[in-house]
Design a protein around this ligand. Structure first.
Ligand SMILES: Cc1cc2nc3c(=O)[nH]c(=O)nc-3n(C[C@H](O)[C@H](O)[C@H](O)COP(=O)(O)OP(=O)(O)OC[C@H]3O[C@@H](n4cnc5c(N)ncnc54)[C@H](O)[C@@H]3O)c2cc1C
Ligand SMILES: NC(=O)c1ccc[n+]([C@@H]2O[C@H](COP(=O)([O-])OP(=O)(O)OC[C@H]3O[C@@H](n4cnc5c(N)ncnc54)[C@H](OP(=O)(O)O)[C@@H]3O)[C@@H](O)[C@H]2O)c1
Length: 557
């Protein structure tokens, strides 16, 4: 029988209890909801800080979204059989746990799940996880304003239990509750064909020879449409506002995120005048093909809305098997009429790939949505109005960067706040910061309510709270070889375990060898040596051009 260490004393959850002062400020018992990557990062962060985690997972395994099942399970994210990651392995690892060097750069979900399982075993996390245990309710205890404690009610095999915890980390994911905007589509009720949300899609079986309409030009919509296009009779994607569609393979054939997500470019993009930064962004996003010619062009191409990462879509459009259409004006019994007046007739199935909404059914809504039903979390993690900062949400942000390093850093910050090693600003300062973020989100992402963030800026901000942000000046003075890779190379997760609390002594070497692990899996027929990129020298070359021009000008005058 599995043993659960550190399981706190069970108590009737209505019984108020006064705790001694030291427990009120230094509570050690942490409840963690969910054992996806956010939950695992949180367990590990608790252990690193000497806290006592108990993680509740409703399913029978770790991995969350990456644990594939044949049917969508209630309350858990669901993926399709053909999902490959759109972040590359060097950019989406736990920062002290690189993938084996023979792993491909973009992984099938089963490979990623293997990695997550191995991480769980190697870090000895399983003993803190209670599988098949649903968290049904989390409530402040009556003496919360003094103790900061929570009553956590769980259910296993039909039996309810209640226990007291000093703090709670919510890691239940945000790709669970489908957004199915039926009211936006007149006539949908009378449509006679089949209707699905992408959450229910598992594979192309059953779609052979069918006419399929996919609503939404996000990553799910494009993956599903391109997969179906191999066997369906016709696939149409309806897009409300268009998207940038980029490839996993970037300049020079390197993984897109290892080239695009780097400190130097990010610094320039944020410091350049908006018009130049926008021009540069659009040039990069449209580098592979002219989006106007393929019907996918965003209505506002300057918005930093999450791009679609899909290698096949332009090829399927050019072959005429996927067609892009504008938003849907109305449905009839058998067809869709688009806003440009064109019609897709005899539709067999409509798949709504219209994304997800988030919900925390076990929690009083007002904790996370403290104002006008808007999610108000300081830095996307802490609910400001709590009398004690003993609850944090891990994983409720989205960016061009990968989830695993983001949640690792969030969890490390959260546990330090819970422990009292880091403090939060006043409630009014936090609310002001949230307003400021909403204002910026409106400008950058076109939506003030979005959970999108600017990856490097966000990571550096959280890292600075816990003293682990790389000090570039110091690095250039003490370790120039590493500094060049940190500044001009990929902003890989290892950078956030180079110094400070949680430092990993392998981080420097991992950074200096990241391109070796990237190129290794492709060295299956060796002709010449592997070719690594040298962005620093590319920039030097670019700088040389104006210098030469000035020198020529001065010589001639
Ligand atoms: C199709 C798809 C592909 C993606 N690809 C990438 C990618 O390439 N790179 C990337 O960085 N990100 C990607 N993402 C984003 C993805 O959300 C993150 O990678 C990450 O897996 C999220 O982890 P999580 O732990 O926060 O949430 P989840 O993985 O959703 O885990 C949440 C866990 O909480 C459990 N749970 C929920 N409620 C309860 C409860 N009440 N009681 C007990 N347990 C509960 C669930 O069972 C689940 O196991 C992708 C997302 C999707 C949908
Ligand atoms: N291979 C992978 O790694 C992979 C695969 C799938 C998903 N994911 C990830 O999973 C997350 C969810 O992706 P997703 O594609 O499911 O959702 P998503 O990114 O939220 O995209 C939803 C799409 O639906 C459209 N839409 C939403 N509401 C609409 C409405 N009322 N009317 C018309 N169109 C509407 C959106 O259009 P607008 O742009 O106009 O809002 C958008 O194109 C993302 O982070 C994504 O990167 C990754």
């Amino acid at each position: 029988m599995q043993k659960y260490l550190h399981w706190p004393q069970h108590m009737p959850h209505t019984a108020p209890r006064t705790w001694p002062q030291h427990q009120a400020t230094m509570g050690k018992r942490v409840a963690i909801v969910g054992a996806g990557v956010s939950g695992l990062a949180s367990i590990r962060a608790c252990l690193e800080e000497g806290l006592e985690p108990t993680c509740f997972e409703r399913s029978d395994d770790v991995g969350g979204l990456w644990k594939f099942t044949d049917h969508a399970e209630e309350g858990r994210a669901s993926i399709y059989q053909s999902v490959f990651t759109n972040s590359s392995k060097e950019m989406m690892c736990f920062p002290d746990f690189p993938y084996p060097d023979n792993y491909p750069n973009f992984m099938h979900h089963s490979k990623l799940q293997d990695y997550i399982t191995t991480f769980t075993k190697e870090k000895n996390l399983l003993r803190y996880i209670r599988l098949k245990t649903l968290v049904t309710e989390i409530k402040k205890r009556p003496d919360f304003s003094f103790t900061g404690q929570w009553d956590v009610v769980t259910e296993k095999d039909g039996m309810q239990e209640s226990a007291v915890f000093d703090s709670v980390l919510i890691c239940s994911g945000h790709h669970v509750y489908p957004s199915l905007p039926k009211d936006d589509f007149p006539g949908l009720k009378g449509f006679k064909g089949k209707i699905y949300h992408s959450r229910e899609y598992k594979g192309p079986e059953g779609f052979e020879g069918k006419r399929v309409l996919v609503v939404g030009l996000g990553n799910s919509g494009c993956d599903i449409a391109t997969e179906l296009s191999h066997t369906a009779a016709q696939v149409v994607i309806s897009s409300r506002s268009g998207s940038w569609v980029i490839s996993r393979i970037w300049d020079g054939g390197y993984p897109w995120d290892m080239v695009y997500i780097n400190r130097f470019d990010s610094f320039l993009r944020n410091k350049l005048p908006t018009s130049i930064s926008n021009w540069w962004y659009m040039k990069k996003m449209s580098g592979r093909f002219k989006h106007e010619n393929y019907g996918v062009m965003p209505l506002d191409g300057t918005l930093r809305k999450e791009p679609v990462i899909n290698d096949d879509l332009p090829a399927r459009i050019v072959c005429g098997i996927v067609t892009i259409k504008p938003n849907i004006k109305k449905f009839t019994e058998t067809s869709a009429v688009f806003q440009d007046g064109t019609v897709f007739e005899a539709i067999d199935t409509v798949i709504f790939a219209t994304g997800y909404g988030y919900a925390y059914p076990f929690l009083d809504d007002s904790i996370i949505k403290s104002r006008n039903n808007e999610v108000t979390l300081f830095k996307g993690v802490f609910p400001p109005p709590l009398e004690k900062p003993t609850m944090a949400v891990i994983g409720l942000v989205q960016s061009l960067g990968a989830a695993i390093p983001t949640v690792d850093l969030q969890a490390r910050w959260a546990v330090r706040v819970i422990k009292g090693t880091c403090s939060l600003p006043s409630v009014s300062d936090m609310m002001h910061d949230i307003d400021e973020k909403m204002r910026k989100s409106l400008k950058w992402f076109g939506d003030s309510q979005t959970i999108q963030i600017d990856y490097i800026a966000y990571m550096d901000e959280i890292a600075s709270f816990i003293g682990v942000k790389p000090n570039m000046l110091w690095l250039f003075l003490t370790d120039p070889k590493l500094a060049v890779e940190v500044c001009f190379g990929p902003c890989s997760p290892y950078q956030f375990r180079l110094t400070g609390p949680g430092k990993w002594k392998g981080a420097r070497n991992a950074i200096l060898t990241q391109w070796d692990r990237t190129l290794k899996p492709m060295q299956t027929r060796v002709v010449g040596g592997p070719q690594k990129p040298y962005p620093f020298f590319e920039w030097l070359k670019l700088l040389a051009i104006p210098i030469i021009l000035i020198a020529v000008f001065l010589t001639l005058n």
